[in-house]
Structures are given as structure tokens and as C-alpha cells.
Design a protein around this ligand. Structure first.
Ligand code: FAD
Ligand code: ZN
Length: 483
């Protein structure tokens, strides 16, 4: 009987695979070994096994694939660039889920320069979207270290943040309209380029940040802004996070809306970059030692380079006089500016090279950050002597990547197996005490699902579950993620 049931399931699956190939064309339904790129995430923390990988080529094919899978009771894991950090785009171990790669939906459909909008398909690589805007003298300001691989669909599905949120907002703030395939396989035509549209519930915002659990984003209309005339970057160092927060306050007062980036790095994160990526320049090291804290500031001005440089230098002089910083350098040209950003953006890679680690992508009120760091560093040092803290992030947005690396003398895998859960509890308890969030920009996925149940307001959680049941009653889309 068991064998018969299995046989029925297998023949059902093979009928589904044939249907999927009829929809998407030969070569676009992948099965068997060799699917690691789709079954294992960027950090190699999540592994799964897919029934198949299907690669539709347009919105209509996405809708047909969803309908076919729903009819067969087979669930779908949407996947863009597969750079997500919470296990949301990796199939489970059952071998029964279909991974839907959106990467063939990769056309920029339209740029409307007067309306300052761009419409792109979900599988467009973020860097390609930025380049299309640049070609027209405009800027798409979403920017993150994974931009060469992640897709605009994935960015919206995770409501990605990155390094320009301080000025331009996160993916949600940059999106005006969406085209979505629903869990029932209908196409929601919401590609509006309107900045004002109060015609009922905002369905767009429901899908943004839903991590593929409510619908499949197939295209988006996003906002563009004029290119700034000049961008200036500086690196400053200080002894304590409270000084970095005071520098942020001063920079906001002096630079106003031209302050476009304000990133924080602790000494250990810079040491990791020096160790694993020694080709990257390391300004402001004194006596062979990384400064305790470094701040990367970016200013984007519409007044031209000379004025931008003067404003930034004058700000830093005042910060030096007031004792907020110990030293600073302003990048003299684009190459130096890129070098400073490279230093900041190389931290996740250097950290991965150092070994497995425990990531916390947290948000806090900026005013609470110095106390949070002092208290949590001390508590972790006491509970797990020798553990190493890789603390960096988007200070201007109140977003820290507060990551814990095993002591240098302990095998990382053993350390994680033994202490990950206790460390998460310690860190997230502190986040809650300081009125923060356990996920600032990476999402919930599979990684933080249980933590969400423990920490989210129960009414919010119940409403989220009701929404999921209403929009995806058969549980076709990314089951086991978020709620
Ligand atoms: P994937 O990883 O493929 O998918 C992510 C989630 O979205 C999954 O749940 C998936 O099912 C779903 N999904 C994907 N495409 C669709 C779609 N078209 N429709 C519906 N659901 C979909 N994030 C930040 O916010 N800020 C950062 O600064 C940042 N830096 C990073 C640096 C590095 C080196 C790396 C590796 C990641 C970083 N991230 C950062 C994580 C970030 O979430 C992703 O890089 C990006 O937003 C995900 O896009 P993706 O196309 O790779 O999505
Ligand atoms: Zn980040």
C-alpha cells in the first residue's frame, strides 16, 4: 500500500514536471543532481533538496506554473539571486518543493524620465537596474553589497535596506507599483507609477517584505532620483559608539538631506577584512592597530565637488575640535571613495572566511545604541568568554549587524551547536529591552520564525496568519517561512 502511494505520488510528480516543461519550454525544468546553486544558500547555512527547479520566461508562464503546482498540491519556493540571509529561498529537505527561479524575467521594461520611474522585471539584477538608471542620467538609490547578484524582485520580497536608506528609504519606500502572480495563479496588475493613489487597501505594501509567502513578484515600478552632482566619502575614527552617535547628530545638522550614508564598523570587523582581504586599503590604522570604531560618511550634493568637499571637511574639523573623533580622511577621488566603501562592504565576506558565525540583523532607536552595545558586549563576554563580536552596520538607520564569532581557539561549528540558541536569547532579550526589532532588513525566512512567535505582538501575529490563509489558502507559496 505504502509503495503504491509512493508510486502514485511519483507518477503525479512526473505528470507535473511534464506540464511545467510544456509551459516553460525545453531546458527550463531542471531535475536530478547538480542543482546545488539553487539548493544551498550563499552562506552555505541552508541546504535542501528540490523536486525540480523551474525557470519561467514571462509573467504568464509564472501564473501557469503556479496554477499547475497548486493543482498538484506541490509548493513553490520563489528564488531570485539567492543571496538572502534567512533561508527563505532554499527548499526544504523533503524533495517535494519546486524552486521557481525568476532569473529569466530580466528585462527593464520602461524608463519614464519625466515621471522619474523605472519598470523592471523581478529577475533583473539590482546592479543592472542601477546601470539602466545611470544611462539616463538618473539614480536608483537602492544599494547593498550583494547588488551584483541579488534581484529587484528579491529586494522587494525582503524589503531590503542597504547603505542609502538614511536618505532615500528602503526598498518599500522606493517602490510605486507591483505586478504579482497570486497564489491562485492570477496576475495582479499593479504597475502604477503614481505617487498618490488612495483607492483602497494598499496591496503593494502587503507583498513587499512578504518573502514569497503571499505572491510572486514578477515586475515592479520603482522611483528614480536625479544624479547628485558630486558624492564625497570620508572615514573617521573614534573611541566609543556614543561619539559616533554624536557625530551623526552633528552631520545631520550640518549636512541636512545631503548626508546619504553613515556606517559604523568596530575594530574587529576591520581586522577581519585586513586578515582575509589584505589587498583592501586600511586608512587610519595607528601603530598597526585598527581603531576601536570607524564611521564611513557619505555626502551627495547637487552643488558640485568643491563645495561638497568643503562642507564635509568643515564638519570633520568641528568634530575633531569637539573631541567626537580622533582622526579622519576624506577620499580625494572616486577610486579612494570606492576603496572606503569596499572596506565596509567586504566585512560580510571576511566574516564568512573567518568561519561560521551567528548573525543578528537588528534595529534599535539610534539613541539606545551606545547603551545596547555596552551592556550586550559585557553580557556576552561574561557568558561566553573569548567570543568575538563583529559589529557593523547602518548606524544612520539604527541598524546593526551584531554578529558573534566563536573564540579563536574553539571550532566554530561546535561553538554554534552549543551556544547559538543561548546567544540569540541573550541578544534578542537586550534588543527587546531597548525597544528594537529582531529583523531590521534581512527578513524572517526560516531562521527567525520561532523567534518571531516568541517576540511579536500576538495580535500582529494572528493577523499575519489570517492574511496568509486568505491570500494563499492552499499553502502553495513558500510554506514554513515567516508565519
Ligand atoms: P533571494 O535570496 O533569492 O530570496 C529572498 C527571499 O525573497 C526568499 O524568501 C524568496 O523566496 C523571496 N523571493 C525572491 N524573489 C522573489 C519574487 N520575485 N517574488 C516573491 N518572492 C521572492 N540585505 C539588506 O537589506 N541590506 C544589505 O545591506 C544586505 N547586504 C547583503 C550583503 C551580502 C554579501 C549578502 C549575501 C546579502 C545581503 N543582504 C542585504 C541580504 C538581502 O536580503 C539580499 O541580498 C537581497 O535583498 C535578496 O535578493 P535575492 O534576489 O538574492 O533574493
Ligand atoms: Zn546591512
Amino acid at each position: 500500500m505504502g509503495a503504491q502511494t509512493k508510486g502514485t505520488a511519483a507518477s503525479g510528480h512526473s505528470a507535473l514536471l511534464q506540464t511545467l516543461e510544456a509551459i516553460t519550454g525545453e531546458g527550463h525544468v531542471l531535475t536530478g543532481p547538480g542543482l546545488q546553486a539553487y539548493e544551498q544558500d550563499w552562506r552555505r547555512r541552508w541546504h535542501g533538496r528540490a523536486l525540480a527547479v523551474v525557470r519561467p520566461g514571462n509573467t504568464d508562464q509564472v501564473a501557469q506554473v503556479v496554477r499547475a503546482c497548486a493543482e498538484h498540491g506541490v509548493s513553490i519556493v520563489p528564488q531570485g539571486g539567492h543571496t538572502g540571509l534567512v533561508g527563505g529561498g532554499t527548499p526544504d529537505d523533503s524533495g517535494t518543493q519546486v524552486v521557481m527561479s525568476l532569473q529569466r524575467l530580466n528585462r527593464v521594461r520602461e524608463i519614464d524620465a519625466d515621471n522619474l520611474t523605472l519598470t523592471a522585471e523581478a529577475g533583473c539584477i539590482l546592479q543592472a537596474v542601477q546601470a539602466a538608471a545611470t544611462d539616463r542620467g538618473l539614480l536608483f538609490p537602492l544599494s547593498l553589497a550583494a547588488e551584483g547578484s541579488c534581484t529587484i524582485g528579491g529586494n522587494l520580497a525582503t524589503n531590503a535596506g542597504g547603505t542609502q536608506v538614511l536618505r532615500y528609504g528602503n526598498a518599500r519606500d522606493l517602490c510605486l507599483g507591483l505586478e504579482v502572480v497570486t497564489a491562485e495563479g492570477e496576475v495582479l496588475q499593479g504597475l502604477s507609477g503614481l505617487r498618490k493613489d488612495n483607492t483602497g487597501y494598499d496591496l503593494r505594501d502587503l507583498y513587499i517584505g512578504s518573502e514569497g509567502t503571499l505572491g510572486i513578484i514578477t515586475a515592479a515600478t520603482v522611483k528614480l532620483v536625479p544624479q547628485p552632482a558630486a558624492t564625497m566619502t570620508a572615514l573617521a575614527c573614534c573611541a566609543r559608539p556614543a561619539q559616533a552617535v554624536a557625530l551623526l547628530r552633528l552631520a545631520r545638522a550640518r549636512l541636512g538631506a545631503t548626508l546619504t550614508g553613515f556606517e559604523l564598523m568596530n575594530g574587529f570587523s576591520r581586522e577581519l577584512v585586513a586578515r582575509h582581504l589584505p589587498q583592501i586599503a586600511q586608512p587610519l590604522w595607528a601603530a598597526g592597530q585598527a581603531p576601536a570604531w570607524s564611521v564611513l560618511l557619505e555626502q551627495s550634493d547637487d552643488q558640485g565637488a568643491q563645495q561638497a568637499q568643503q562642507r564635509l571637511e568643515s564638519l570633520l574639523s568641528q568634530a575633531l575640535e569637539e573631541g567626537l573623533i580622533d582622526d579622519a580622511v576624506v577620499a580625494k577621488n572616486l577610486t579612494e571613495s570606492r576603496g572606503l566603501w569596499h572596506l565596509r562592504e567586504a566585512i560580510p565576506l571576511a566574516q564568512a572566511e573567518e568561519g561560521l558565525n551567528i548573525k543578528h540583523d537588528i534595529a534599535l532607536p539610534v539613541s539606545r545604541i551606545p547603551a545596547f552595545i555596552a551592556q550586550t558586549d559585557a553580557a556576552l563576554g561574561q557568558a561566553h568568554p573569548g567570543c568575538r563580536l563583529v559589529n557593523f552596520g547602518h548606524l544612520g538607520d539604527g541598524n546593526l549587524h551584531y554578529n558573534v564569532q566563536a573564540p579563536a581557539t574553539v571550532a566554530a561549528a561546535d561553538f554554534l551547536a552549543q551556544h547559538e540558541s543561548a546567544i540569540n536569547t541573550l541578544v534578542y532579550d537586550a534588543v527587546q529591552r531597548h525597544q528594537g526589532s529582531i529583523s531590521a532588513e534581512h527578513g524572517i525566512g526560516r531562521l527567525k520564525r520561532e523567534e518571531l512567535v516568541l517576540r511579536k505582538d500576538p495580535v500582529s501575529l494572528a493577523l499575519m496568519k489570517r492574511l496568509k490563509a486568505a491570500l494563499d489558502p492552499r499553502g502553495t507559496l513558500n510554506p514554513g517561512r515567516v508565519v
